[in-house]
Ligand binder design. Structure first.
Ligand code: AGP
Length: 609
């Protein structure tokens, strides 16, 4: 997610804001910018790339003023360019806005603004807010912002200044974190306390749909109706390292906790206003090209490959198209049969994985269409594809992927529904119904995350485990693979995932008394068969750890440990079953004293073959 700093006080704002942005660099970003309000009015500077690019441009300039806003952007709408970097301004150049999140109804808002003569100068959703402020401002910036927030849909943190009110910053939040820094004769806002703890450790959290008025002499918080909301400040006793992780011990803990928002943001804004039709982020294929597809081939590596396997079940179920899922590193060397009526889906968090890139290039050389599912706007994979659907998990710092993978799962369901919609194998009502089922999942993940302490205790009891097996059926099988991969890459445990039906064809020989076996067994038509598999391994002494659906007593007699997940449509279960396995592996790694964020031998993006 983006980094945000706002300052009002007696110091020159530029250096305070830049220092805050430097401390937020850990969040990952691909452009940066600042605005300062002073005697010379509003001045803005922003650059694509790293902060050093911005500082280079600023080295020749003075931006005097004691009110400033800064932003480090992780691109979601529009590539990382100077024009798309924040702050964004209105037509008059009096309003500066920085934003974190996704405004899901921005296209409708943009259309209205352009009809009313506003000139749009970026690809971003954020710029809409600057023009709305310009239009509605009547001398009361807080009231203007409250009015605009009521018309926005999606997740956002907004920080806004107006040249006509030089001592005031107004901020607002929905679904994403915003925190106030309370100083002596100066005050701050930030996306997390890292932005300002060099200046003050007195902070106050901003709650849902609250609007903050920040002045040098004090801070006022109101609800969207303008009623003042009293709140408690707290003392930040974290050091900088802990602050960057939001108080968590590892980035992985923070990123696991961010998964509900990663799914919510990835699903958000996919349905057009009115018709409620699904659309992709970028598409240079015609609808006819999509209708002419005869086969789908998914290419990816590692966890992204596992997301692709889940995507196979969804696409085949909803589109009746044959889907192959291929390890990208193997794809082009087997001289695959692909052509103009093949849709290749390249899944890559980084968008720079060499194996996936080379496979994509081979597919294109065979005239296949390529759809990219990636978390990185402007990445090579996205630029070399005919269509793109962005996951909106935000930057992922921990090497082992969690929130990016769960966002990929959500994206693959969207791809499946999009293809079904275009090809007519599901009507608009069915697509909307499935999207509604998906949009209910983030709240289920949030609830599930509150139940993880028993899973952590279980993990600690496995600290000496040398081998763990994972079993699943249907969409549980890709999750068995993902659970095994997480345990391998985080805790360095020899772990394998199998289709549960495969266990008796050899792997059952691995079972010894006490061998931990994780069986992914949420409510499913194949439940009876899975219970047989649990009995098979238990009869040979396995320690059975069963992931089951709330209220399902059928597995209890055969489970040494039961991890319950909320009930969800069986095809969507991976969005929930993945969570306890992430927590299990992260906790086991922690119990073993390992570096959960930077496991040995691994790189975040494997840019070599
Ligand atoms: C995920 O936990 C792993 N670190 C790794 O398997 C990763 O999924 C794989 O390298 C693919 O990366 P990509 O999604 O950036 O292409």
């Amino acid at each position: 997610m983006c980094g945000i700093v706002g300052y009002v006080g007696d110091q020159q704002a530029l250096e305070v804001v830049l220092d805050g942005l430097r401390r937020l660099e850990y969040r990952g970003y691909d452009s940066a910018g600042v605005s300062v309000l002073g005697a010379d009015g509003l001045q803005v500077e922003r650059k694509a790339g790293k902060l050093a690019n911005l500082e280079k441009v600023l080295s020749g300039r003075d931006l005097p003023g004691t009110l400033g806003i800064g932003h480090t952007r992780w691109a979601t709408h529009g590539p990382p360019t100077d024009a798309n970097a924040h702050p964004h301004v209105d037509c008059t150049g009096k309003v500066a806005v920085v934003h974190n999140g996704t405004i899901e109804n921005f296209e409708l808002l943009v259309a209205g603004l352009q009809d009313r003569g506003h000139e749009r100068r970026s690809d971003t959703d954020t710029e809409v807010v600057a023009h709305l402020v310009e239009e509605r401002y009547d001398g009361d910036l807080p009231a203007t912002v409250r009015s605009i927030c009521k018309d926005l849909e999606g997740s956002f943190v907004l920080v806004i200044s107006h040249a006509d009110e030089p001592g005031l910053i107004v901020a607002a939040r929905r679904n994403l974190p915003l925190v106030i820094g309370l100083g002596d004769g100066e005050n701050f806002v930030g996306s997390d306390v890292t932005a300002f703890i060099a200046h003050t450790r007195e902070a106050r959290a901003v709650e849902q749909d609250q609007v903050v008025e920040v002045r040098r002499e004090g801070v006022t918080v109101t609800d969207l109706e303008g009623a003042v909301v009293e709140g408690e400040s707290y003392h930040v006793d974290w050091d900088t390292d802990a602050a960057e992780k939001g108080g968590y011990e590892f980035f992985m803990d923070k990123e696991i906790a961010e998964q509900p928002e990663a799914v919510r943001a990835t699903l958000g804004g996919r349905l057009t206003e009115g018709e409620g039709l699904l659309h992709l982020d970028e598409l240079s294929m015609s609808v006819e090209d999509v209708r002419d597809i005869e086969q789908v081939v998914i290419i990816a590596c590692g966890s992204s490959y596992h997301s692709g396997l889940v995507g196979k079940y969804a696409i085949e179920r909803w589109c009746r198209l044959p889907v192959q899922v291929e390890m990208a590193s193997e794809f082009r060397y087997r001289d695959p049969v692909v052509g103009r009526r093949t849709l290749v889906i390249a899944i890559s968090q980084s968008g720079e994985t060499a194996d996936t890139l080379e496979a994509l290039r081979h597919a294109r050389s065979q005239r296949a269409w390529v759809l990219a599912v990636t978390n990185t706007v402007g990445s090579t994979v996205s630029r070399e594809s005919d269509a793109v659907l962005y996951t909106r998990a935000g930057p992922e710092v921990a090497v082992a992927s969690t929130k990016a993978v769960i966002a990929q799962l959500a994206a693959m369901y969207v791809v499946g529904l999009y293809l079904a919609q275009v090809r007519g194998t599901r009507d608009a009502d069915e697509v909307r119904a499935h999207m509604q089922d998906l949009q209910e999942v983030p709240a289920l993940i949030e609830e599930l995350l509150t139940r993880m302490e028993p899973v952590r205790e279980l993990a600690r009891s496995l600290v000496d485990a040398e081998r763990v097996l994972f079993l699943g059926r249907h969409v549980g099988f890709p999750m068995a693979l993902e659970g095994a991969l997480k345990l391998k890459e985080l805790a360095y445990v020899s772990a394998e995932g199998f289709p549960a039906g495969e266990i008796k064809h050899g792997p059952i020989a691995l079972i010894e008394p006490g061998t931990p076996v994780v069986i992914i067994a949420p409510r499913h038509a194949l439940q009876a068969k899975l219970i047989n598999n649990i009995q098979e391994v238990r009869a040979r002494g396995a320690r059975t750890i069963v992931i089951a659906t709330d209220g399902d007593e059928s597995v209890t007699p055969y489970a040494d440990h039961v991890i319950l997940i909320p009930d969800v449509k069986s095809l969507l279960a991976p969005l929930l079953t993945i969570v306890p396995m992430q927590v299990l592996s992260a906790e086991l790694a922690r119990a073993r004293g390992l570096d959960v964020d930077q496991p040995r031998n691994l790189a975040k993006s494997v840019t070599v073959e």
